[in-house]
Each structure stands twice: as C-alpha cells, then as structure tokens.
Design a protein around this ligand. Structure first.
Ligand code: GRF
Length: 202
C-alpha cells in the first residue's frame, strides 16, 4: 500500500512541488499525496496543487480562538484521509501536541540549518550573523518542541565570505529539495526506525 502523504505549507511551496515531481518520476516510491493543507489561502503552492488536481484544504488560523482549537479542527478534517505521513514544507505555524500526539512519529519537517544550531525563524540569517563557515539543512521528526525532534537526514553547504542570507537560502534550498525527497522515500519504504534517542536509517 502506498503511503498517504499530507503536505502542510504556507507559502511558495517549492519543496512541495519538488516532492510531487519526484513522486511522479518515481524517485520517491510507494507514496501518494492525498492532501495539501494550508493556513494561507494565498499560498503560491496552492496554485500548483490545484492545477495538478491535488486535493487542497485551506483553513485560516485567524478564524480560531487559539492554536489548540485550530489544530483540533485540522485533526478532525484529516481523519477521513487516512494520512500516513504529514510533511511540513514551509508551514509557518507551530504545530501543537494536538497534531503531534495524533500522528506520533508521522510528522516530519525540513529546516534550513544544521540542527540543533539555529532553530526557529530566519535560520539562514542566524548562520550569517554567527559567522559559521558551514550550514545546511535538516529533515527531522517533529516533537513537542520547535525544531528539536529526532534528526533523519542532514546536508551541508559551505558559506563563502560574500554570502548573505539570500544567497545562502538559495544554496540551501537546492539541497533541501534533494534531502527532503530522500527522507520521504526512506520513510515510505519503511527504512527509518526510531529508537529512544535516534533515528536509524537502513
Ligand atoms: C524552506 O527553506 C524550508 O526549509 C523552511 O521553509 C522554506 C519553505 O520553502 N521550513 P518552500 O515554501 O518549500 O519553497
């Protein structure tokens, strides 16, 4: 049975588009995207989803009293889709325990730094400001913290003296597209096992 993926996004959606193309080409196997979820009706990624006939669900968090109420509504909506894996791909909301506890070890994220360095927003600017020589990207399971979950895969990019946050973001994004697809392919083919403190990649 193919793994049923939900992709959560809030903006551009280049990771999502790339995941979709890699599923179509067979580079990600045993996977199908069954839902694109966004909290932002103007997210560019939605346009691509609609033109490729992928189901889209938009719910604006501003219509809910708090994060928990919003996340409960998401969980309720998702229940009929039988989701095996939620991929956060530029989803600009902190995911609460309501979602995490309903999808234990089934929510993954890509973050544009070498975690545990530079968690949170503007990770590329944080790396430039700190003066590190290398940064990169991390695919990780999502737990109750922000960017603290167990690491699945990482890739490194070198930072040159003339890089700024924008050029570094571009360099990292190219790697993100490859890394996220690799991680999803591993998950969908049951090649990730999770111990108490680590992810083992087969
Ligand atoms: C990426 O840099 C990703 O690492 C971060 O948000 C950005 C999303 O880009 N979590 P896109 O929407 O996939 O183009």
């Amino acid at each position: 049975m193919k793994k049923r993926l939900a992709i959560f996004l809030s903006g551009r959606g280049s990771n999502f588009i790339n995941i979709h193309k890699n599923i179509l080409s067979g580079k990600i196997s045993n996977a199908e995207i069954v839902l694109i979820f966004s909290n932002n009706k103007n997210a560019e990624g939605i346009v691509y989803a609609q033109s490729n006939n992928l189901p889209v669900l938009v719910m604006d968090h501003k219509n809910f009293d708090d994060r928990k109420e919003f996340d409960q509504a998401i969980v309720d909506e998702l229940s009929s889709y039988n989701i095996d894996l939620i991929c956060l791909a530029g989803y600009m909301r902190i995911v609460s325990e309501i979602i995490i506890d309903n999808y234990i070890n089934k929510v993954i994220n890509i973050h544009p730094s070498l975690l545990p360095s530079f968690k949170g927003m503007n990770a590329q600017q944080q790396a430039i400001d700190y003066g590190v020589r290398y940064s990169g990207c991390t695919v990780h399971f999502v737990d109750h913290g922000v960017d603290t979950g167990k690491i699945i895969l990482q890739d490194v990019v070198e930072i040159s003296s003339d890089d700024d946050a924008s050029s570094l973001s571009e360099k990292i994004l190219t790697r993100e597209h490859i890394l996220y697809c690799k991680a999803i392919d591993l998950f969908c083919n049951n090649k990730l096992s999770i111990t108490d403190d680590k992810v083992i990649v087969e």
